[in-house]
Design a protein around this ligand. Sequence first.
Ligand code: TRP
Length: 340
Amino acid sequence: MTELTTQKEKKPVIFSGMQPSGALTLGSFTGALKNWVELQDEYDCFYCIVDLHAITTRQDPADLRRRCLEQIAQYIACGLDPAKNTLFLQSHVAAHSELAWILNCYTMFGELSRMTQFKDKSARNVDNINAGLFTYPTLMAADILLYQADLVPVGEDQRQHVELCRDIALRFNGTHGDVFTVPSAFIPKTTEGARVMSLIDPTRKMSKSEPTGGCVYLLDKPEIILKSFKRAVTDSDGEIRYDVKEKPGVSNLMSIYSVTTGRTFEQIESEFAGQGYGAFKEAVGESVVETFRPIREKAEALMQDKTYLTQVYTDAANHAARVADRTLKKVQKKMGFVAK
Ligand code: TRP
């Protein structure tokens, strides 16, 4: 962390977060982690495990604790260097909760009511539509604004939340002067493969709620990964060709193979010309196994080294808190709270 705190030149700030609500998937890797790694040299990156957001749906405490630690280990195993990035847990920095409350008072009921994620999640959790689920975006705004982030790398599904964060920042700045940097969503050009679809129903996004075999996890053992790819749904015309509309299953497998091998669609088409789906699916499975193998091995080793992991998230939380508290102090002063 010393490099971070002594670093002279000011790099643009990046903030992003991922919920520890399930194990990391192939989608988390291609859609987020792989891109995060590419940003670590040019930006001052804060990558947060948003455990406070995760409790908007019920979590088993022991599972939550284990997943948070596993997630940090996997961030590092994927190539995020803890000396270059601030890899921390949201609940370790009290300023997130404190600023979130203040921002609740600068966010309109109507704005929160229009969030599509709230509408989707409340439709899916009818027996637990808690206030946290509703105010989820104000906590997310606090995450971003505390670090004066310039860019927020997220998937398309989070664009609306980042837009709301901008609106809140502009509203606050409009009333109190320039306190917050107004951030922008940083959505990777839809590099093929950024959006991985279910292996069972390739018209649906690959998600943690998939039935077994539909979703591939970063820590899955090779046999499991190979089996899921062997069973992946394709179609009946036997041709390996990219066409999302007509051939969603084959196209999804091509995207995955493209991400794991760096090959273009044309190269993949000619590589497998005249071969059946069997050989193709096996090759895709193998490529994922080989991409994940070093990550899984490193993550497993890190999970055994609790002292190191604790050091990483503690140092990161200390650094994050210093940055966040600076912003929070400014805000509290603007509000008229008496300084202690
Ligand atoms: N809401 C994001 C998601 O579910 C996670 C998140 C929380 C986040 N806070 C953030 C993402 C701040 C970017 C910036 O994917």
